[in-house]
Structure formats: C-alpha cells, structure tokens
Design a protein around this ligand. Structure first.
Ligand code: NAP
Length: 277
C-alpha cells in the first residue's frame, strides 16, 4: 500500500487528490493520497510529517503554498533544480535521505510545448512574465534553461529585481521592469501570467488591459486554471492569439512527481479525465 499526500494551507479546493488517485488506479497500484493542511507557522507539524516519509510510512509528498520554502530546512538534500528555483514541491526518500525536488518547472515547460508549436521561433525568443512570486520562480528558471530571453513585470519592482538576481548564470538573458503599459509587445513571442489575477471568484479581472493592441502571433499562457478559461485567455483568443490556461501544468507536474515516487508513468488522458469536467 502506497501512501502519498499534499502539504499546504488551505487545501480545500486542491485538484491533486483527483489527479493522483486516478494515477494510482491507472497504474494498478494500491494506495491513497491524503491532504495534510498545516498552518503557516506550525513548523513542528511540518517536521513530524516529514519524519513519516523518513520512516517509510509515507512514500511521497507534494508541497504547495505556503510551505514550498518552509520545508527546505527539514530536507537532507535538494535536487539541483529545487536548489536553483529555491522551492520544493515534491519530497521522497532515496538511500535513506529525504530529497526535495521541484517538478513545477518541467511540468510548466512540458505543457507549454504541448500547447503551442514553437518550431518557427527565432534563435533566442523573448518572453514577458507577469508577476514575480513563487510560481514565477519555476517559470523563469524553466524558460531561461530552455534558452528564452526573459522580461519580468511585477507591481513591486524590488520583487522582480530579486527574482532576476537569483539567476546569475544567465547574464544578459533576464530583464526586470514594472512598467507594463510602456512595453512594446511586438518584441515578445510569449506572455506568461503567474499572478492570481482572474482566478475564481475574480473571474472578470485580467492582468492585461482589455484595449491593449497585442500582435496576434504572441502566445499567451495563463497559470491560473480556475476558471478553466480565464478572462485573459478569452480576451486574447478574441484577438486571434493562441492561449492556454494552466491545468496542463498542474497535470504534468503531478505526473512527474508520481513517477519519482512510484517509477510509473500514468497516461495523461486518464489524468485529464479526472479533472477536466
Ligand atoms: P504568489 O507567490 O502569491 O505570487 C503571486 C504574484 O502575483 C506576486 O508577484 C504578486 O505580487 C502578484 N500579484 C498578486 N495580485 C496582484 C495584482 N492584483 N496585481 C498585480 N500583481 C499581483 O502566488 P503563486 O504561487 O506564484 O501563484 C500565482 C497563481 O498561479 C495562482 O493563481 C496559482 O493558482 C497559479 N499556479 C498555477 C500552477 C499550475 O500548475 N497551473 C502552479 C502554481 C501556481 P505581490 O507580491 O506584490 O502581491
């Protein structure tokens, strides 16, 4: 029997149990996926839960807001990706050591490439990232690693600067700015929203102004997946742009974590079916 679960707070609306329960079933494994809501300041509960992974009673944990950085002090070893991103979303035991990994970056990149055909892009394409919080770290890392020139726009310039400065291995590939209206949108091939703007219940909000003149060949990826089609995605589709919301990223990062825990690869169709209705 495999025991898996998710640490975070609050966890009421998480789709992860649906995805992982479907994955267990699809791979013929006997197991469960539990929610472990741990309030932000309860370090003791966090440590005790991680001890259950160390002792083998839990085989794998996902980590979400607000604990992606809080768990690091209880982990024995971070994978290079988790270290560079500075956040952990997947925990498991390997050779008696607690490993902290991060599948958000590869999950994002996989879904981005499933969603759009980038085969005609220039040598170093340009992306505009909206927001500079937790998920932006994984997205910026993924895109820099994939060869993109990254511009970060955030309402607090110091947050964008801090994020940009945490990737010193990519000099000249990362720019930060807070002045969205002054951008020349013709210079971007992709825009990624990593802010929660447009997320339910604020479904009539968008991180981009409605009257923006956006070239129709810019791809738009919105990490928000609730609602299934955000206002941003609806608006830009009306303008002729190709756009996607982040449900596929959620599925890909979950599937990658599941593979780390079990060695099995669930088919994506079954995972989509579990959440997409
Ligand atoms: P976060 O760490 O709180 O960061 C949010 C960022 O958005 C911060 O830079 C924040 O700026 C900015 N922001 C928030 N409200 C804003 C507003 N009204 N105007 C301008 N900027 C604003 O959150 P996160 O973990 O990155 O998550 C962001 C969104 O991505 C959430 O909707 C989450 O559900 C989604 N997400 C999806 C996936 C997926 O698998 N598809 C994965 C992770 C996250 P301040 O710091 O100034 O507030």
């Amino acid at each position: 029997m495999i025991h898996l679960g998710l640490i975070g707070y609050p966890l009421g609306h998480s789709l992860s149990p649906k995805v992982h329960t479907a994955a267990l079933k699809a791979c013929g494994l006997d197991g469960d996926y539990s929610l472990f809501p741990i309030p932000p300041d309860n370090k003791q509960a966090l440590e005790e839960l991680l001890e259950r992974v160390r002792s083998g009673t839990i085989q794998g944990l996902n980590v979400t807001i607000p604990h992606k950085q809080n768990v690091i002090e209880f982990i024995d070893e971070l994978t290079p990706t988790a270290k560079l991103i500075g956040a952990v979303n997947t925990i498991y035991l390997k050779d008696e050591r607690l490993i902290g990994d991060n599948t958000d970056a590869s999950g994002f990149l996989r879904d981005l490439k499933n969603a759009f055909d980038f085969s005609n892009l220039s040598f170093q394409p340009s992306v505009l990232i909206l927001g500079a919080g937790g998920s932006a770290r994984a997205v910026v890392y993924a895109l820099l690693h994939d060869g993109w020139k990254v511009t970060i726009s955030a309402r607090r310039i110091e947050q964008a600067t801090k994020l940009a400065n945490s990737f010193p291995d990519y000099p000249g590939s990362i720019i930060h700015s807070s002045n969205l209206p002054t951008f020349n949108f013709h210079s971007f091939q992709l825009i990624v929203n990593t802010t929660p703007i447009g997320m339910s219940p604020n479904i009539n909000e968008s991180p981009l102004p409605e009257n923006l003149s956006l070239p129709s060949n810019v791809f738009i990826y919105d990490l928000v997946y609730n609602p299934r089609e955000t206002k941003l995605v609806k608006d830009v589709k009306q303008n002729g742009n190709q756009a996607a919301t982040g449900l596929g990223m959620l599925i890909e990062q979950a599937a990658l974590a599941f593979e780390l825990w079990t060695g099995k690869q669930p088919t994506r169709e079954i995972l989509w079916k579990a959440v997409d209705h």
